[in-house]
Design a binder for this molecule. Structure first.
Ligand SMILES: Cc1cc2nc3c(=O)[nH]c(=O)nc-3n(C[C@H](O)[C@H](O)[C@H](O)COP(=O)(O)OP(=O)(O)OC[C@H]3O[C@@H](n4cnc5c(N)ncnc54)[C@H](O)[C@@H]3O)c2cc1C
Length: 277
């Protein structure tokens, strides 16, 4: 195996980072490195320049007001898990972050890196889609419904970076993850939220890309109670089937997870106190 040959840069400004990414089609952004570095080690990717995003101010910080929570793309999972403002406003998001892998991954891995990577077994895509968040990039704002396009594929164009994720504050939210016991990644997860965008239910891990469980949403829209989900099922057609779980099992987990996520959403309502950053 040949030794990887690449340059490393740590720009201090967004403009410099974008110039570096534009300078070479093989240049790649580096966030927490928790996906990219293992891929480098396995020679699955061969970038010419690694552009480290650690020092870019526009990608850092958390802002909370009465209507929304805005989280910088470079926010590590450990901060999302413990920030008292996020825990109060979107407890299911903080709880989700707390369950991502082990402390090293949580200290280094970032929300922006996770959603840009769009692993079907990642946690955050379910929160971003389930809460109807908006993704602010270096070029535009993208609704969550238009962001996650397919397996490891997003609406991001070459050289386009995620700056911040804007979450509307929900009235209720809950997340349940059935994790692969070996890796901790999601076999199937369900995120249930009720808020300004109505009732939304997002399922991750089950298909090639996170998706909305529209049947569950329709039932919960008029009756946000467990009874509304009686008899709920998800068709297995098109779901992932692999050594970890069959499509039918994932479909079952999606229905059970939705019920459990609803129970959490009802039992642990977010604080609605008017806050400012
Ligand atoms: C052992 C282990 C267990 C894990 N378990 C889980 C788990 O249970 N659940 C889970 O969700 N995740 C899990 N992860 C993944 C982890 O959450 C990573 O942090 C995440 O997938 C990638 O984030 P990162 O900041 O490390 O990104 P990087 O690895 O640095 O980058 C990933 C990709 O995103 C691009 N990128 C990064 N930032 C941006 C940006 N701002 N704009 C545009 N593109 C960008 C990079 O160019 C690269 O292509 C695990 C990882 C490991 C190593």
């Amino acid at each position: 195996m040949s030794v990887p040959d690449f340059a490393y840069r740590r720009p201090a400004t967004l403009a410099e980072a974008l110039d570096l990414l534009r300078s070479d089609p093989e240049a790649r952004a580096l966030a927490g490195g928790q996906t990219l570095i293992p891929a480098l080690k396995q020679r699955m990717t061969r970038p010419s320049i690694l552009v480290d995003l650690q020092s870019i101010p526009e990608m850092r910080g958390i802002e909370v007001d009465a209507d929304r929570v805005s989280i910088g793309a470079m926010t590590p999972h450990a901060v999302t898990a413990t920030d008292p403002r996020i825990r109060a406003a979107i407890p299911a998001l903080a709880a989700m972050a707390a369950r991502v892998s082990h402390p090293q991954v949580r200290n280094l891995g970032t929300m922006g890196g996770s959603i840009a990577n769009n692993d079907p077994a990642a946690d955050y895509p379910a929160a971003v889609l389930g809460l109807g968040a908006e993704i602010e990039t270096t070029r535009r704002r993208i609704a969550a419904d238009d962001f996650f396009l397919g397996l490891f594929t997003t609406a991001l164009e070459p050289g386009e970076l995620v700056l911040r994720i804007h979450f509307p504050r929900p009235d209720n939210c809950g997340y349940v993850k059935f994790a692969n016991p070996a890796s901790g990644y999601v076999t199937t997860g369900a995120f249930v939220a009720r808020g300004p965008a109505g009732v939304r239910v997002a399922i991750n891990g089950a298909g090639p890309v996170v998706f909305r469980f529209t049947d569950a949403e329709a039932r919960l829209a008029g009756d946000f109670t467990p009874a509304a989900l009686d008899g709920l099922s998800l068709p297995a057609a098109g779901l992932n089937s692999d050594i970890h779980a069959s499509a039918a099992y994932r479909a079952r987990l999606a229905a059970v997870g939705t019920r459990r996520a609803l129970a959490i959403a009802l039992a642990q309502p977010p604080e609605q106190i008017k806050e400012s950053a």
